[in-house]
Design a protein around this ligand. Sequence first.
Ligand code: UTP
Length: 483
Amino acid sequence: MLSLEDIRTKLGKYNQSHVLQFWEELAPEAQTNFLSQLSDINFDDVSNLFNRALGSLSEETKKLDTLMEPIPPDQFEYEKGVDEDKLEEYRKKGLKAISKSRVAVLLLAGGQGTRLGVPYPKGMCPISLPSGKTLFQIQAERIRSVVRLAKKETGSTGRVCWYIMTSQATHDATAKFLEGHKYFGLNEDDVVLFQQGLLPSFSYDGRIILDRKDSISLAPDGNGGIYLALRKNNILQDMERRGVKYVHVHSVDNILVKVADPVFIGYCVMKGADCGNKVVRKEVPTEPVGVVCQVDGRFQVVEYSEITDQTANLRDDEGNLIFRAGNICNHFFTTGFLKLISENYEDQLKLHVARKKVPFVNEKGERVTPSSPNGIKIEKFIFDVFQFSKNFVTWEVPRHTEFSPVKNSESAENDCPSTARRDLLKLHKLYIQDAGGTVTCDEVEISPLVSYAGENLVERVYGKVFDGRTVISAEEEVVPNGF
Ligand code: UTP
């Protein structure tokens, strides 16, 4: 920890001396904690960052239409357009990689979940499912399920390590929750939590905002903080030690996510990709979702605000939107690619700057929650590395089988817990119908430990009618949570 004098000198150099304005009023313990917080900050980096961020803030949102091209056909496949044999080939390839412990899952769970607004990490959100399961439990069980599928296919039990990126906002609660639930049946050694970094929030003139008299305002550095966090926490070495070659990275909030999806992994591996992106078709041209495409010959995600309505509405001969590859925060990376980015390109990642309402301490020492934006937060995005890929591929999947996120609170009426619940139970209904069962209600849930993606159900459901709240669970789940 640096001394008070060292900190004063640094703050003076970077014109940030105001953060110590209440120093004399602080109790000794608060002073020590504050010094420790300030010692962890690299003011050189912070000052550079602010200057870079200021550049992007002053840029107007440019329309990129003239530079955009769709993904070339040989780097793009739609699951429904691939014949059964090919799909099976991809699936087997993925399962084989899983059985050889070459696959890891990296869960992005460091976000603050401000839109959902629950006082705990999003992964702990129960979504009111018949089983009472949370997003974390569903995802952990899907890992266990896919490992079993791989064993069935190959005879070998692979280890799939579950790396979870948390942030200061989510770390302790996540760690406690997972430990308290015995990692939902995963081997404790195969669950690795690590924290992403934090960045200060700034006033528009570049002064770090004081959150309280004894702390500055810090927020997670965005899901693109993953590359720095992998390096700082030696996660890539851990992956190497375990023999991991392929990493499936996804957001915590998609209730339908096929964790370590063997088909997606197999497709990427067979294509020799270093970076792959799973997408869903944009529903309407105006849907505010980023689309993956090429801009000036480089792959990137283009936000809805960056294209004109005319381009968003372009359609091909079959009537499909030309720019339809909707980004859903679901990626494949080789460990080699992650290493390349973490070591060589991390500091080139674009900075996304948002004007936000940042609570602060005023001159009188009172904490104020502003009613309009008063400062900026800087974030990096995970997808901004596509441009560095040597072989980038995109895999499109049907939305109803793969994507329904929990972003908002119920009042938004979309992408909220009840729509996620609805979509999961709808999909399970389809699985049961395909296996010869009948569901006459919307309350039947299938445990991931019974079926990963609709398989293994005939024995359990054929010829049966499900007309009330039911959980089709595995024997090992003695009493499902929530009952
Ligand atoms: P979102 O961009 O939807 O953000 O994250 P969020 O934090 O969950 O929610 P809001 O915007 O505050 O309402 C997409 C994924 O990226 C992760 C989230 O946890 C989620 O899985 N994420 C986001 C991080 O891991 N770190 C971050 O700094 C931001």
